[in-house]
Write a protein that binds this ligand. Structure first.
Ligand code: 6LW
Length: 515
């Protein structure tokens, strides 16, 4: 029996929405304060996904001024294909609200936003046989709209607010077999999260809840995957049904910490008496019949390509002049746009941490600048391996505290900066074994989700270990918010060139905190 591993899209890829066109599947996720926004993925089997772009990749589509808070910006999107055109609808909660963009081809170009005068978040799109377009939003309300003109034609009307839990949101309408099914998230996007479903003969209702709700929830269980919810249904090309949804992988000791944000999971769906049903989301499930592995993203980016790969993201903006692939061909040259990572308006180019255990390195040709490699949750929570004035230092910013925890003199010339993220043996004790282990990173007591070991290597020399820091302070439980860790290159003084960046997941089985 071929099995697949969950999550199918690791790292902060929350609020997944999926659609099928023939034998091809397309998936989008929310992106908050990051630019470019709304990452777009392609698959031919719902398991193996390759990022083919970002739906919002130019300022005309996405403007996130410095006053946009971390976890502000772009919330949950919905992707649908109708009448030969791709549609994405989402919300910029920091400016403009709900809007639609469209494209003929998934790679784009995607249109400029068509704004909709509709309240709420988590907008969805569904079409009736007569071509009417229905838009549901959190709450749950439904309106009939013209998505291309950005006009609300009727409504919105309140239709169903779930089974009584907080935050009825993430609505998706499906026209299936003479019924309109309305799937929503309830309970909030943390431990109480779940999915409920109802149906009606018209998008306007009245809706009858399913005989069994929640459709899916892991609330109050000790399952390794938690906070499961915000699901989108899809019928595969072979007629089987599946749900893409978000979940987390908390680690460490009570209250358990998740550092990768809300990730994208896949779970099988069956139909019983006219209602979809799903079992618990497991770390491994029997695979869909179709099986089309994709070329994995290369571990190393040498910045030889004429454009930056779609997985590179920056907080709020990546202004022209702050980055270049041509100033020094074969290198990514970054130029400072702000003096610190502690405040918005700085130069940072990073990628999502996608595995609990991994090693990330970047080769920096420093020169007379202040630059480095940073593990970021937001402006108030980041660990930096910084090079300036002939010294390599590890700087921890945790809330109101900023401290240089280690420094080491370095010779002039290129340096390799490395962060090794390990979580060996740090599994929640409810499932395996005792509490804290003796070799905890300094000063943590009940252990955190992982440890981040920073080192610097000069050419021809052995790596110098600088410091190992507790990962809990770069977890959502400490920082709050809707995102996860992003590990990136930055410059806060002058310009610096990065020769390459590598992202190496730890070999399977070393993530002892996992399966
Ligand atoms: C998303 C909504 C939610 O739009 O959080 O808590 C928002 N629930 O469904 C951001 O992920």
């Amino acid at each position: 029996m071929r099995m697949y591993d969950n999550p199918v899209l690791g790292g902060f890829h929350p609020d997944p929405s999926v659609c099928r066109v023939g034998e091809d599947y397309y998936l989008v996720c929310s992106s908050f304060e990051y630019f470019p926004g709304v990452p777009l993925f392609h698959s031919r089997d719902l398991v193996h996904w390759r990022q083919i772009g970002n739906v919002l990749d130019r300022p005309a589509q996405l403007t996130l001024p410095d006053d946009v808070p971390a976890s502000g910006g772009v919330y949950a999107p919905t992707i649908r294909h109708h009448d030969g055109r791709f549609y994405v609808i989402t919300t910029n909660v920091s400016g403009g609200g709900n809007f639609v963009v469209t494209a003929e081809r998934p790679e784009g170009p995607w249109s400029d936003p068509v704004w909709l005068d509709l309240p709420g978040i988590d907008p969805d799109l569904a079409w009736d046989e007569d071509g009417s377009c229905w838009c549901a939003v959190a709450g749950v309300q439904v309106a009939r709209i013209d998505p291309l003109a950005g006009r609300v034609l009727e409504g919105p009307w309140p239709v169903w607010s779930g089974t009584g839990l907080q935050y009825p949101e993430a609505p998706h309408l499906y026209r299936i077999g003479g019924w309109w099914y309305l799937m929503i998230a309830e309970g909030g996007t943390a431990h109480g999260h779940g999915v409920s479903i109802a149906r009606a003969r018209s998008p306007r209702g009245p809706y009858e809840p399913a005989p069994v709700n929640p459709f899916l929830s892991h609330r109050s269980t000790d399952r390794p995957i938690q906070s499961t919810g915000h699901a989108d249904l899809v019928e595969a090309a072979d007629g089987t049904w599946w749900a893409m949804l978000l979940g987390t992988r908390p680690r460490g000791y009570h209250p358990y910490f998740h550092v990768l944000g809300r990730e994208t999971f896949l779970t099988p769906v069956t139909w019983v008496d006219g209602w979809p049903q799903a079992g618990p989301v497991e770390e491994r499930h029997p695979a869909p019949a179709a099986w089309h592995p994709q070329e994995p993203a290369p571990a190393r980016d040498d910045f030889d390509a004429p454009v930056l790969a779609p997985g590179w993201i920056s907080p709020r903006a990546r202004p022209d002049g702050s980055w270049s692939l041509t100033d020094r061909p074969g290198r990514l040259t970054l130029t400072a746009t702000g003096p610190t990572l502690d405040r918005p308006g700085h130069t940072f180019v990073g990628r999502r941490q996608q595995h609990p255990a991994c090693r990330i390195s970047a080769r920096l040709d420093p020169g007379a600048v202040r630059a480095g490699l940073s593990v970021r949750m937001d402006e108030a929570h980041h660990y930096d391996l910084e090079v300036a004035g002939g010294e390599a230092s590890v700087v921890a910013r945790i809330g109101p505290l900023r401290q240089t925890v280690a420094s080491h003199l370095v010779p002039p010339g290129p340096l390799t900066l490395t962060v090794d993220i390990r979580n060996d043996g740090l599994r929640p004790p409810t499932v395996t074994g005792p509490g804290p282990t003796p070799d905890e990173p300094t000063g943590t007591g009940a252990h955190g989700p992982d440890a981040l070991a920073f080192s610097v290597t000069a050419d021809g020399s052995a790596p110098v270990a600088l410091a190992t820091l507790d990962g809990r302070y770069l977890s959502t439980e400490v920082t709050g918010g809707f995102t996860g860790r992003v590990v990136g290159m930055y410059v806060t003084e002058g310009s610096a060139a990065f020769d390459w960046y590598t992202y190496e997941p730890a070999p399977a089985g070393t993530d002892t905190a996992g399966a």
